[in-house]
Structures are given as C-alpha cells and as structure tokens.
Ligand binder design. Structure first.
Ligand code: FMN
Length: 201
C-alpha cells in the first residue's frame, strides 16, 4: 500500500503517521495562562534533540477546528513551560488531562494533582512527577494553518529535576525505576518494561 499525503484526508494521514512513528514518549506539560491558571496536557509529538544546550521539542497541533490549544497560547505568551515525562503509575491521570476543558480551568485539579514552584521558570512543576524539565522557548515553528497542523515548540532546558528514587546508584536514571510509558497508534500505549541492552560498536 502507498499513501500520498497530498491526496489523502488529513485525519487518515494522522492515523498512519502515529501508527508508524512508535513508540512516542509523552511530554506532560505545565504552562501558565496570563490570568495565572496552571494548564496541564500530554503531548506525544515530543523528543529531545541535543544537549549543548539541552533542547526538547513538542508539538501542540492545531485543533480539528483550526484553533490553537491552550498550551500553545500559553507558551506563546509566557515563553516558558515545564515537561514531565509520563510514567506508568500516572498513566491514567496523564490520559485524563487530555480532556478539553475551558481555558480558565486547570487540569491539575481535575487529575487530583498538586504543583510546587519551579526554580527558573514561572509555570510550576508537578509535585507527583519523578522527573521534570524547566524550559524556556527558543523558537516556535508554525508548519501549517489547518486542522492537526504542527507547531514545533523548541525549548531550552534550564533546570532538570530527578527524584532520588529513580536513580541507579551511579547517578544515572534507571529505566526500571522511572517506568516511562509511551504512545502508539489508536488507543495503544506501551510500557518500557521489556528492556534489552546493546553496547555500541
Ligand atoms: C497520550 C496523549 C498524547 C497526546 N499527544 C498530543 C500531541 O502530541 N499533540 C497534540 O496537539 N495533542 C496531543 N494530545 C491531545 C492533547 O493532550 C489535548 O488536545 C489537550 O486537550 C490539549 O490541552 P490544552 O488545550 O490544555 O493545551 C495527546 C493526548 C494524549 C492522551
């Protein structure tokens, strides 16, 4: 089968794309609205792209009606955000915070979570999350104007928080303790418990 995106409906292209590019880590992002409401939402169009300086990118796409999501509006205005990578014990709450709620309501309360102040940015971080990255917007690249168009939010990580409980004893992060979860196509998610090691040649 071949798919030419130029002659295929956008929702179909989206389904193929998210079915093929798997598994995708999930950024659980806190942002702050101009009126001080803490917004929380998951984004699996997400990854890290370099370490000098440390760079992460995620994409709050345009909604199906072409409007901007709250997260994008907030990062455009404030230029700061915090990313927590989604982990297994909180998978249900991560999913819950994908709910579309009014701009002046917080998904933090909806999911029964709490926040603590960040050190270098104004949006707070989730107290319950084992890892958090405080980020400052470096650039936003707008890739289209229609439904599900990408908006690449490029952020520089200015502070990392890592809970002692997920460390491996040598100062590194132990994947067996962090237990990140990831997103595939449709309603599929996966655990990172089926690990294997390979040494680099
Ligand atoms: C696991 C998961 C991953 C998601 N990934 C994305 C994504 O990469 N980009 C996106 O625009 N929406 C994504 N969504 C949907 C958003 O979380 C959802 O539209 C949310 O309501 C946006 O919130 P906001 O309007 O408060 O920014 C995802 C949802 C889930 C459950």
């Amino acid at each position: 089968m071949q798919i030419d995106p130029t002659s295929t409906a956008v929702p179909e292209v989206y389904q193929y794309l998210v079915g093929i590019v798997t598994p995708r880590p999930i950024a659980w992002v806190t942002t702050l609205s101009p009126t001080g409401v803490v917004n929380l939402a998951p984004f699996s169009f997400f990854n890290a792209f370099g370490a000098n300086p440390p760079i992460v990118v995620f994409s709050p796409t345009l909604r199906r009606d072409g409007t901007k999501k709250d997260t994008l509006l907030n990062v455009e205005k404030l230029g700061e955000f915090v990313i927590h990578t989604a982990v297994a014990p909180q998978a249900e709450k991560v999913n819950l915070t994908a709910k579309e709620i009014p701009h002046d309501e917080s998904e933090v309360a909806l999911a029964g979570l709490t926040t603590v102040p960040s050190l270098k940015v104004r949006p707070p971080r989730l107290k319950e999350a084992p890892v958090a990255m405080e980020c400052v917007v470096k650039q936003i690249i707008y890739c289209g104007t229609g439904p599900i168009a990408a908006n690449l939010v490029i952020g520089e990580v200015v502070m990392l928080h890592i809970a002692d409980e997920v460390l491996d004893g040598k100062g590194g992060v132990d994947p067996r303790k962090l237990k990140t979860v990831a997103r595939l196509g449709g309603a599929f998610w996966c655990h990172t418990s089926d690990l294997f090691e390979q040494t680099r040649p």
